[in-house]
Design a protein around this ligand. Structure first.
Ligand code: EZ4
Ligand code: CO
Length: 402
């Protein structure tokens, strides 16, 4: 069996997505997500110019060898652009292998370890009351886990707070928009959100919160402590993790579970965090961390240290990534939770998929492969449109972490 063609499809059904489609001489094809929010065309070009020529003529069954060929063979290892491109190849190859086997991908990963994949939705509001009403809506929809973010009093705009509730899209402008940030104001207000949520909804639902890399380790330690009475499922991205050792300080001070990793692209980005048990959930994804092959490696490593999966699942990860992630999530022993931000109808139409939501869980479906396809004719009707994530500044104008 041979790869005869591979094409890169860029489409913007409400937001940009990059997809790799690998075609074989037996007519079977596979697809992989290659979307890197705000840097989409860098990955499209990396694939088109550098990986596609090396794929033609190869046996699509040699998934591990092809992975190593692109990882070691690049000489320039790691980095989000490289690893997203490798992920797209890897995901498409697993899709092909599972289709040829006539099995849903999870069967090739060891079969089901659980009945469904618990997901969490996003409740956002301008203030605590509005967020609380959004939480109520998610509970009515059957969610068992909800991430809650509320506007910070005294700040004009805050991360995670959107106008369009169910379809929050942070990449909102063709040049980066600017947000303002005050750590002091945030630290004063954030614990009250969870105090009010527990008062209104009790301790049944799981609540999560995303700090979005905005604190220093000692500030994060303080916040984690303040959250303790409200028993959060996790505190996410408490501090930037380029310096993995920074988490030692947070860990010393709080029992609030810690999650990090949506911007990581290899196992080396979380090696210390996992081996020293500084975190509880690792948020690396299929699309940004080298595909099924590498993500499985990270999760197996994590399983040795009581660290569970918590895959990133925002709208900038295409339905292909979501489908692949669900197959991995239902199979691995150390699954934690899966983020699930709903895609718009236009996106779901471009990417028909077998997965479905029921009672707070997503189910990958039984279609051979990862169960997600692309309608190329429809995709062609939505041309690329440049879009950036916002940037963030402190009140004195200094650049801060968005
Ligand atoms: O900001 O996906 O947990 N989810 C998040 C997301 C990220 C975007 C970045 O591309 O933090 O909203
Ligand atoms: Co996040």
């Amino acid at each position: 069996m041979k790869i005869t063609d591979a094409k890169v499809i860029v489409t913007c059904p409400g937001r940009n997505f990059v997809t790799l489609k690998i075609i074989t001489d037996e007519g079977v094809y596979g697809i992989g997500d290659a979307t890197l929010n705000g840097r989409e065309l860098a990955v499209a070009s990396y694939l088109q110019e550098h990986l596609v020529p090396c794929l033609i003529g190869r046996d699509p069954h040699q998934i591990e060898d092809i992975w190593q060929y692109f990882y070691r063979g690049a000489y320039w290892r790691r980095g989000p652009v490289t690893m997203t491109a490798i992920a797209a190849v890897d995901t498409a190859l697993w899709d092909i292998k599972a289709k040829i086997a006539g099995l849903p991908l999870y069967q090739l990963l060891g079969g089901k370890s659980r009945s469904g994949v618990m997901v969490y939705g996003h409740a956002n509001g301008r203030d605590i009351e509005e967020t609380s009403d959004e939480v109520a809506k998610y509970l009515e929809m059957g969610y068992k886990a909800i991430r809650a973010q509320a506007g910070v009093p005294g700040l004009a705009s805050t991360y995670g707070v959107s106008k369009d509730k169910l379809f929050y899209e942070p990449a909102d402008a063709n040049l980066p928009s600017e947000n303002a940030w005050s750590t002091a104001k945030y630290l004063d207000s954030a614990p009250h959100l969870f105090e009010k949520l527990r008062e209104r909804f009790g301790f049944g639902p799981h609540f999560l919160h995303d700090v979005h890399h905005r604190l220093t380790p000692i500030e994060a330690a303080r916040l984690g402590k303040a959250f303790e009475p409200y028993r959060l499922f996790w505190m996410e991205d408490a501090t930037p993790a380029e310096n993995q050792e920074g988490f030692r300080l947070i860990r010393k001070h709080t029992t609030t579970p810690l999650a990090v990793g949506e911007v990581f692209n290899t196992i080396y980005d979380c090696q210390t965090l996992i081996a020293e048990q500084l975190i509880d959930y690792i948020r690396t994804t299929v699309v940004h961390a080298g595909g099924i092959t590498h993500l499985r490696r990270i999760f197996d490593f994590a399983s040795l240290y009581h660290v569970r999966s918590g895959c990133h699942g925002a709208t900038d990860l295409s339905p292909i990534c979501m489908g692949a992630s669900l197959h991995l999530g239902i199979a691995i022993p150390n699954f934690g939770v899966q983020e699930y931000m709903r895609h718009t109808k236009e996106t779901d139409d471009v990417f028909p998929h077998a997965y479905s939501f029921r009672d707070g869980c997503l189910y990958p479906g039984e279609t051979p492969g990862h169960g997600v396809d692309i309608d190329e004719a429809l995709a062609a009707k939505f041309p690329y449109s440049r879009a950036y994530l916002p940037v963030n500044r402190l009140e004195d104008g200094s650049m801060w972490n968005w």
